[in-house]
Design a protein around this ligand. Structure first.
Ligand code: FES
Ligand code: FE
Length: 423
């Protein structure tokens, strides 16, 4: 983690007053800001790596990124999960080239060194030519210092001194718990992700997930199409572009939610199948609990994990003006096929790469990046709902659906992390 003596003075990037909240547009652009974000946020705090169902058995692995650091997440023979740097300790080759699979050992494509699923160096071809003192144990794969999971979500941190995962999740744990209950006593299984790229800063996507102000404008044509052709799967008041029902929440830990205050309507599930599913939820969590589970909510775990009712989205920064997004459908083990088809359909048609909503948003993000080049476009304003929020028990601010409460929580956390190292 660099001292960053040439870094900008990040506390100046936001104005956080009683009646005004603005963010400098410099926060969305420039190589130095991007490098500091990787260093101070992505390599300092907890970052989502995978769901436990992606490592179903001993030897299962997934290769991914933690910030810009390539890693392999593995399940060893004892069932424990490890996160290893995907860098061969011989001469630095990328060790694992596959996105996922099952193996006993990872064999480096360059000179054939092999490592087990705990990262131990177990094979060196023609080892006799190394000097007597060559110590294989010192050439095990480097480990991601901290790995922990919550409700099946596996996180890693490059920071050995990072706070406990539960503290990091803070107020958002309650929302993860509610999301997990949608599995109705069964387990979630992550599907293969859809992917998309856009030419814009990663934070545009993070800020968007709980933006309840934009849908009636950006997605108006999508909502009208849905209304015209298929009956609604989106619970909206089409006569008012600014939704009046529902909430936003922002937590000190940087996480935030968007809650519609009603279930997400969706077709394709017979009444008896839906009744059985909802009956099971009531059996497990009571009537009030089941209603809470079924209420549409989507939330961001700072900085880049988005959780929807039926879907998980991971926002991967690539460059200051380039972002890749992985959109995973989340199915329920042993659920009625109609329930899972419906979940898959939601991922495909609503918020997946070709979904009716994502394309609209992506176009806006790329446009934002371009527009911020404009001379005089110095700040963006996130004051909506400021001073009108209520406080939630145990911390957290609550605004109405269209407030910018979660965005402010995001930026306050962003500054806290970015200003470390004395600037
Ligand atoms: Fe991996 Fe040589 S770089 S075996
Ligand atoms: Fe949108």
């Amino acid at each position: 983690m660099s001292a960053g003596s040439n870094s900008p003075h990040y506390p100046d990037y936001i104005v956080d007053r009683e009646n005004e909240f603005t963010v400098s547009t410099d926060a969305y652009r420039g190589q130095k800001v991007f490098e500091d974000e990787i260093d101070r946020i992505f390599h300092c705090t907890w970052i989502f790596l995978c769901h436990e169902s992606e490592l179903p058995e001993a030897g299962s692995y997934k290769s991914t990124l933690l910030g810009l650091q390539p890693v392999i997440v593995t399940r060893d023979r004892a069932g424990d999960i490890h996160a290893l740097l995907n860098v061969c300790t011989h001469r630095g080759a990328t060790l694992c080239r596959s996105e996922k699979g099952k193996t006993r050992t990872f064999v480096c494509p360059y000179h054939g060194w092999s490592f087990d699923t705990q990262g131990k160096l177990v094979g060196v071809p023609d080892a006799e030519r190394y000097p007597e003192c060559f110590d294989k144990a010192s050439r095990n794969l480097h480990k991601v210092p901290r790995v922990a999971s919550y409700a099946g979500l596996v996180f890693g941190s490059m920071n050995p001194d990072v706070e406990p995962l539960e503290d990091f999740l803070g107020g958002a744990r309650k929302h993860i718990d509610i999301w997990a209950r949608r599995a109705a006593g069964s387990r979630y299984v992550m599907g293969t992700p859809h992917r998309y790229m856009f030419n814009g800063n990663w934070k545009f996507q993070s800020e968007n997930v709980y933006d309840g102000y934009h849908p009636g404008f950006v997605h108006r044509s999508a909502f009208n199409t849905i209304k015209k052709y298929s009956g609604s799967f989106v619970n909206r008041e089409l006569n008012n572009p600014v939704r009046q029902q529902g909430y936003t929440r922002g937590y000190e830990e940087g996480h935030g939610t968007l809650e519609a205050g009603a279930p997400l309507e969706s077709g394709g599930v017979d009444d008896d199948v839906r009744a059985a599913y909802e009956g099971r939820l009531t059996e497990l969590y009571g009537e009030e609990g089941a209603a809470e589970v079924l209420t549409n909510r989507q939330f961001l775990i700072f900085p880049n994990l988005t959780i929807f009712d039926f879907n998980i989205r991971v926002i991967q920064p690539i460059a200051q003006d380039r972002t890749e997004v992985y959109s995973y459908p989340v199915l329920i083990e042993d659920a009625h096929p109609q329930i899972n088809n419906n979940r898959m359909l939601d991922a495909q048609t609503r918020i997946g790469t070709a979904g009716i909503l994502s394309a609209d948003d992506i176009d806006v993000f790329a446009g934002n990046q371009n527009a911020l080049k404009g001379v005089g476009a110095d700040t963006v304003v996130l004051s909506r709902g400021l001073g009108k929020e209520t406080e939630e028990e145990g911390g957290g601010k609550v605004g109405v659906y269209s407030d910018e409460t979660p965005q402010r929580a995001f930026w306050r956390k962003w500054v806290r992390l970015m200003k470390q190292a004395g600037n």
